[in-house]
Write a protein that binds this ligand. Structure first.
Ligand SMILES: *[C@@H]1O[C@H](CO)[C@@H](O)[C@H](O)[C@H]1NC(C)=O
Ligand SMILES: *[C@@H]1O[C@H](CO)[C@@H](O)[C@H](O)[C@H]1NC(C)=O
Ligand SMILES: *[C@@H]1O[C@H](CO)[C@@H](O)[C@H](O)[C@H]1NC(C)=O
Ligand SMILES: *[C@@H]1O[C@H](CO)[C@@H](O)[C@H](O)[C@H]1NC(C)=O
Length: 263
């Protein structure tokens, strides 16, 4: 029973911890993604609300991340309001262009990044810690985190406004060109088809006319007309032959007669 009671007590003691994490409400604006041109000044705001105790102090850190595994602490404002730089950002060059300011009685922290460079592109995470005195010792009461992404657009290339306009105009003309080519090709194809059809028709007509010619000129040659020609021709021929035969017969008979007369 004692063991159970101590376990329960321990659980109760540790239970509020997750709640504590949720207590601090941190949001970053603008977000979730902001676009800046190279050389611009960026301003990021970290809003903090729902402190557990109004007397508690806040420590604010800004962390730069190119990927979830590569996080670099840039700057921190301690609970007493002094600003510290970390890592490569301790360099004079960065100290001059990175500024962290407390505003609105500590409910908002302004982070300035002057003259943005291509290397500043990435995720910016605002990590806030609520710190308060607990039994005369500074302890963390709650945490809050929020992030935004900065994209730096190169001024030289595609994202220069004039270049963009030109690019858009060029794209419009490109589209027009494609359209024109399309229409032209359709026209050419239709003309070709038309001429092909006309050619075919004229060829067919020629064939028909030549066939007709054939029929008129020599009916025997065409298979369809041979029967009629034969039938029509055979009586003529027989008539002629009969005539000839008759003539021959007559001649023969006359010849015979003459021969008989001669005898
Ligand atoms: C956190 O604060 C923001 C304003 O800073 C507010 O819009 C939002 O509703 C708050 N979220 C919660 C869970 O209270
Ligand atoms: C950036 O801020 C600095 C200092 O506040 C100022 O001199 C400069 O003109 C600003 N640049 C732009 C592009 O706004
Ligand atoms: C510091 O800069 C060097 C090169 O200039 C780079 O390799 C390194 O990753 C940087 N470190 C941080 C913490 O930004
Ligand atoms: C707050 O976050 C820090 C790390 O940034 C961690 O060490 C600490 O335990 C956290 N505090 C609470 C109350 O969750």
């Amino acid at each position: 029973m004692r063991l159970l009671a101590t376990a329960l007590a321990a659980l109760l003691a540790t239970a509020p911890a997750p709640d504590v994490c949720e207590a601090l409400n941190v949001t970053v604006s603008p977000g979730p993604t902001v676009r800046y041109s190279e050389g611009d000044n960026a301003t990021l705001y970290c809003h903090i609300s729902q402190k557990r105790k109004t007397d508690n102090l806040l420590a604010v850190r800004w962390v730069f991340a190119t990927s979830p595994t590569q996080e670099y602490l840039m700057i921190k404002m301690t609970k007493f309001g002094s600003v510290q730089y970390y890592g490569n950002y301790t360099h004079h060059f960065h100290k001059r262009r990175l500024h962290l300011l407390k505003e609105k009685h500590g409910t908002m922290y302004k982070f300035l990044i002057l003259s943005l460079q291509q290397t500043d592109q990435g995720h910016y995470i605002c990590k806030v810690q609520e710190i308060g005195k607990h039994r005369n010792k500074w302890t963390a009461w709650s945490n809050g985190t929020a992030a935004t992404e900065i994209r730096v657009i190169s001024s030289k290339s595609s994202d220069d406004p004039t270049f963009k306009k030109n690019h858009e105009a060029w794209k419009f003309f490109e589209d027009l060109y494609v359209y024109a080519v399309f229409v032209c090709s359709i026209g050419i194809i239709s003309v070709l088809l038309f001429t092909l059809v006309i050619l075919c028709q004229s060829l067919l007509n020629k064939r028909r006319s030549t066939v007709k010619h054939y029929l008129v000129k020599c009916p025997q040659n065409s298979s369809g007309e041979t029967v009629t020609s034969v039938t029509s021709m055979s009586p003529l021929q027989t008539k002629k032959e009969r005539k000839r035969k008759r003539k021959r017969k007559r001649n023969w008979s006359s010849h015979q007669l003459s021969q008989q007369k001669l005898q």
